[in-house]
Design a protein around this ligand. Structure first.
Ligand code: NAP
Length: 480
């Protein structure tokens, strides 16, 4: 009979923060734990044009809302000064396709694109673009870049890469073991029957493009299970918009359990599903949330309610001698085992926008028959002198619409540096004139990204004179 090891129990309890005193010490020594915790699950938002007036505000707000942000920037050193810490910087130029490498899209579930042709006062601008942003005094503008390249060719290049690499709009990738990283490694750990006196032993290893949960399961000392589990997510996942969890695995013919929890306890009710694997054959397992069985230590909890998918705290994979309520796992055999895991994702979600584009009000007006340019804002009246910015922006919009991506195209009126605290007014048909704060547009982009009602909508937006809280659901639902 193998010997029970207290040391392994101790290690497990420490790893999963079950012992609060030790946990405190750990936190002192792991200063950056809080930063890492937001990156433990895979959901990156890519912001293009992140150093611009709208882009930097999108980044700031995303970080405040605990998103993992990747910023597409032209100059990393400049971007560091503007965006600070906590952002993954990716140097690229949308007009140069070779710079838009697939790595830019790793883990990305939505793109917020705030790029735009650089415009500046003819007499030159300050390094921080104060004159250009001011919007009080009118400076005669000139373009610095070529609009056809930035607004059309650039968007074509970007959209192509995004469409190739973004997951389908109704899925949400949670753990992508095909691209393992340090965060994943810090999130998963073994919980074997050593916690109740057993001697089974397992671990999770990250290989090139998969994770391998393997070990030896033993029934000695009344044991009989081995498992790997995530530490509790510091911010629980809200998967309430999805139908369930999908696992992509290659197993060894044994029956395993997937367990998830909707409370932050170490040893509370787990929601469980058993699944069979085929020896050395890739298998996709879909587990609807409604089919998960509430269990406490392998005993079903009849009075427990269905899982609350709006707060998922942890995930676990287990090989156990037991099914539920004392019944045995029909495919169980003590000894060594191994299952490879490629991905864990949420499936069956409500479709949300994958590509949010900050375009401009007025894009259709320069070519509109009978338009009186004297009554139009400078961007429309000066479209030709400015290299056809609006004309090329419209062509860029067409690219996005043709890409098959789900999108939201926001066409703001004149942008200001005012705080974004006003009520927004949205319209379609491209007749709107007025102003809107860059801050409000940034917030609108983030809201659009999360609202199914924003899918495939194109609209103009300005702000009303009155302040107040916006009802974004209502704003998007009111559009066709
Ligand atoms: N100004 C207005 O009143 C107004 C009104 C309606 C709509 N818009 C549009 O709204 C959008 C956002 O406006 P904004 O004020 O935030 O613009 P902005 O401050 O000029 O920012 C534009 C961003 O695009 C980036 N960019 C330009 N060319 C690029 C390229 N080839 N590759 C990668 N990035 C590139 C710039 O990068 P760098 O930082 O490296 O230069 C910058 O970060 C723009 O499309 C603008 O045309 C403006």
């Amino acid at each position: 009979m193998a010997k029970w090891e207290f040391g392994r129990l101790w290690q497990t309890l420490i790893y999963f923060d079950v012992i609060p005193v030790i946990n405190c010490w750990q936190k002192i020594f792991q200063r950056d734990r809080a930063i890492k915790s937001k990156q433990e699950t895979n959901m990156v938002i890519l912001v293009a044009g992140a150093t611009g007036g709208v882009g930097k505000r999108v980044v700031k707000r995303l970080l405040e809302q605990n998103y993992q942000v990747r910023a597409l920037v032209r100059d990393i050193n400049r971007a560091k000064n503007i965006l600070g810490e906590g952002v993954d910087l990716f140097e690229a130029d949308i007009t140069i396709p070779e710079t838009l490498k697939p790595a830019m899209m790793r883990g990305v579930r939505a793109v917020i694109c705030c790029t735009g042709t650089k415009v500046q006062p003819v007499e030159g601008d300050t390094p921080t673009r104060e004159k250009y942003y001011q919007g009080v005094k009118f400076y005669l503008p000139e373009v610095v870049d070529i609009p056809e390249l930035v607004e059309y060719e650039g968007i074509k290049n970007l959209v192509k890469v995004v469409a190739q690499h973004i997951p389908t709009a109704d899925d949400r990738l949670i753990f992508d073991f095909t691209h393992p990283n340090a965060q994943i490694k810090e999130t998963w750990g073994a919980v074997d029957d050593v916690v109740m006196g057993g001697v089974s032993q397992s671990n999770i290893r990250l290989a090139d493009n998969k994770a391998i949960f393997s070990g030896v399961v033993s029934t000695d000392n009344n044991g009989g299970f081995a498992s790997v589990r995530t530490r509790n997510f510091s911010i629980p996942l809200d998967l309430s918009d999805y139908e369930g969890i999908e696992l992509k695995v290659t197993g060894d013919g044994k029956r395993y359990k997937f367990i998830t929890r909707c409370e932050g306890k170490w040893d509370g009710v787990g929601y469980c599903h058993s699944f069979d694997t085929v020896y050395n054959f890739p298998t996709t397992i879909r587990i609807p949330f409604k089919n998960l069985i509430p269990v406490f230590r392998a005993k079903t909890v009849s009075q427990a309610s269905q899982i609350d998918a709006s707060k998922i705290y942890s995930m676990q994979l287990m090989l156990s001698k037991f099914e539920y309520d004392g019944e045995l796992n029909p495919n169980f055999e003590a000894g060594s085992f191994a299952i490879e895991i490629e991905q864990i994702k949420a499936y069956g979600g409500k479709v949300k926008p994958q590509f949010i584009q900050v375009s401009s009000a007025g894009v259709t007006r320069p070519s509109r028959p009978g338009i009186n340019l004297e009554n139009e804002p400078p961007a429309v009246a000066m479209n030709e002198q400015l290299g056809g910015i609006l004309t090329w922006k419209l062509r860029g919009e067409e690219v996005i619409k043709a890409s098959g991506l789900t999108y939201t195209i926001i066409r703001p009126c004149a942008l200001t540096e005012q705080p974004g605290n006003k009520i927004l007014y949205a319209e379609q048909g491209d007749n709107l004139k007025g102003q809107v704060s860059r801050d409000a547009v940034a917030q609108l982009c983030i809201q659009a990204m999360n609202l199914p009602a924003a899918v495939n909508k194109t609209f103009e937006v300005k702000e009303e004179p009155r302040s107040g809280k916006n009802n974004y659901q209502k704003l998007f639902s009111g559009l066709s």
